[in-house]
Design a binder for this molecule. Structure first.
Ligand code: PRP
Length: 212
């Protein structure tokens, strides 16, 4: 597998919907729609190398050769904001398994705090698609990748809307074989660990739960 793969999507639809996602005027209902569209586009790109197996298909008019997905695919959303990315990816891969991981970032230390992890003890999926709109310090992503690697998954992909260079570096240095798919890589992090320019707090905006 290629090491240090970072794919930054260049498609005009990605740029268009990402601009709307970033816009502070975009309300939660529209924000969720943009997360949905961008997740589909990210997943399209991130699944280009999935393995296929030959299959014989009976059409109403005869037999033909087809090809079908031949691997077990796991979708691994990081709570909360990764929740909004599940359905669009599941729409593309309806037979995928969904395994949730819960992390929140400690506001002071910026370290990820695990609060939900229920991966099975064995029998790992062949490919894991980890979903989180934001890759900031990379702490949450690294913890999530660690969890799926410890489960036994050998092919790991991370799908994010916006990444900071610090987060990309953190993932690449710790897990060089993880493939990264992002819509854009931003300037960097501010003192509070927020991506600049970013889009603010993805979970708050997605769920209309902005702290007062
Ligand atoms: C945000 C975001 C990522 C994480 C990124 O979640 O959705 O999960 O921070 O930061 P990192 O790369 O520095 O770890 P947050 O911790 O705010 O939790 P939430 O999704 O519940 O809002």
């Amino acid at each position: 597998m290629t090491e240090n793969t970072v794919v930054t999507l260049q498609h005009p639809l990605v740029k268009h919907h990402l601009a709307s996602l970033r816009d502070q005027q975009t309300p939660p209902r529209a924000f969720r729609g943009q997360i949905d569209r961008l997740s589909t586009l990210l997943a399209y790109e991130a699944t280009k190398d999935l393995a296929l197996a030959p299959a014989t298909i009976e059409t109403p008019l005869g037999e033909t050769d087809g090809r079908v997905l031949s691997q077990r695919i796991g979708i691994v959303p990081i709570l909360r904001a990764g929740l909004g990315m599940i359905n669009p990816v599941l729409n593309l891969i309806p037979d995928a398994e969904v395994w949730h991981l819960g992390f929140y970032r400690d506001e002071n230390t910026l370290q990820p705090v695990e609060y939900y992890k229920k991966l099975p003890p064995g029998d790992p999926v062949d490919v894991a698609l980890i979903l989180d709109p934001m890759l900031a310090t990379g702490g949450s992503a690294v913890a999530a990748i660690e969890a799926v690697v410890n489960w036994g998954v050998t092919h790991v992909k991370l799908l994010a809307m916006i990444a900071a260079p610090e987060g990309v570096e953190a993932v690449q240095s710790r897990f060089p074989q993880t493939q990264l798919y992002v819509c854009e890589i931003d300037v960097g992090l501010n003192d509070q660990g927020f991506i600049i320019p970013g889009l603010g707090d993805a979970g708050d905006r997605m769920f209309n739960a902005r702290a007062v």
